[in-house]
Write a protein that binds this ligand. Structure first.
Ligand code: PEP
Ligand code: MN
Length: 356
């Protein structure tokens, strides 16, 4: 059972350092969360009543509590305020809504640049594109690999947009880190713990999609793997789960958004594209997610979906994406959120949770 040490509002920096040192000495792993009003030191590891009592007596300590959830660093108990972080000047989380858009797969320079330009102009703040595609069939297009990553980096640089791409194999983590800004963990790999540990070690932002049959707590445990490596830039994504409803590809669990936000401080995005499976349904699902408080969406867009090598039927046309962005802005405003426009303000990094 793990502990959190809540420091007094008036505690001094030296007192926090002393708690961290004592936690280390007791054989527990310390993590610090600095909130607006108080600092919390998480002490992860086996605890005893004596350890709890000893920590309680240290100067500047208000109380020592047992974290009741199986996830610790991902929980609101450990970090009360929403996590907000920065990726190349784009602020993610809290009241910021970011729309990630682009083709399912990186197919060619032409498609990537034309779609990228269109979504950037429409107000998307992050560019997506898969270079390693996890396909249900081994005979389907598997992605361009390194060549695709090179194209993605080029497009991100030219368009001044951070990029996101999926990594499916721990051996590919270094090359994906070299070319992309955000590492995507796909639904099929949500519980690939070796992969989660590898991406956790990189310090790059990680976007974790919920598995098609994973509970919310299992998703939060996956986030915990990344957070446990000292990497706090984690985004969670609801992308639809498997149910008996066969009219759609997957059933978007809209209720997951407020439930995760109640339990965790991490930003929550939705993926209306893979849930819908059909482009006509994408706007309704995207707007439902934003209305439910999601801090972003990842949307597949293609300039010529009938020629797409992957997920063409669910790709939105650039013109329809323009209209969707407008509606997203309006719906976000109703719930008190604001859509980040495509031009990253060059703000400083703002980490509010970091390992001691
Ligand atoms: C994707 O985003 O292209 C993708 C494969 O998504 P998921 O892992 O949710 O199926
Ligand atoms: Mn896809």
């Amino acid at each position: 059972m793990d502990l959190i040490v809540v420091m007094k509002g008036t505690s001094l920096l030296g007192e926090v350092d002393a708690v961290v040192a004592r936690v280390n000495e007791l054989g527990l792993k310390p993590y610090i969360s600095r909130g607006e009003f108080r600092t919390i030191v998480g002490a992860i590891g086996e605890r005893t009543v004596q350890i709890q009592q000893q920590l309680e007596q240290l100067p500047g300590v208000d109380e020592v509590m047992v974290i009741s959830q199986p996830y610790k660093l991902a929980s609101r108990e450990f970090h009360e305020a929403d996590t907000v972080f920065d990726v190349k000047g784009v602020r993610i989380g809290g009241g910021h809504v970011n729309i990630i858009a682009g083709p399912c797969a990186i197919e060619s320079s032409d498609v990537l640049f034309s779609v990228g330009e269109a979504v950037k102009r429409a107000g998307a703040s992050i560019l997506r594109g898969g270079a390693y595609k996890p396909r249900t069939s081994p005979y389907s297009f598997q992605g361009l690999g390194r060549e695709g990553l090179e194209l993605l980096k080029e497009a991100g640089d030219v368009l001044n947009m951070p990029t996101i791409t999926e990594v499916v194999d721990p051996r590919d983590v270094p090359v994906v880190c070299e070319f992309a800004d955000i590492l995507q963990i796909g639904a099929r790999n949500m519980q690939n713990y070796n992969l989660l540990l590898e991406v956790g070690k990189t310090g790059k932002p990680v976007f974790i999609k919920r598995g098609i049959a994973a509970s919310i707590n299992e998703l939060l445990m996956s986030a915990e793997y990344v957070l446990s490596q000292g990497n706090h830039r984690v985004i969670l994504c609801e992308r639809g789960i498997r149910t008996f409803a066969d009219e759609v590809r997957f059933t978007l669990d809209v209720s997951a958004i407020p439930v995760i936000q109640e339990r965790s401080h991490l930003p929550v995005f939705i993926d209306p594209s893979h849930a819908a499976g059909k482009r006509d349904l994408v706007p309704s699902l995207a707007l439902a997610g934003i209305a439910a408080g999601a801090q972003g969406a990842i949307v597949e867009v293609h300039s010529c979906p009938d020629r797409a090598l992957c997920d063409g039927p669910q790709a939105v046309l650039p013109n329809n994406f323009v209209k969707l962005m407008q509606q997203i802005k309006e719906v976000a405003a109703i719930v008190g959120h604001r859509v980040t426009n495509g031009d990253p303000a060059q703000t400083a990094f703002d980490y509010s949770v970091f390992p001691a």
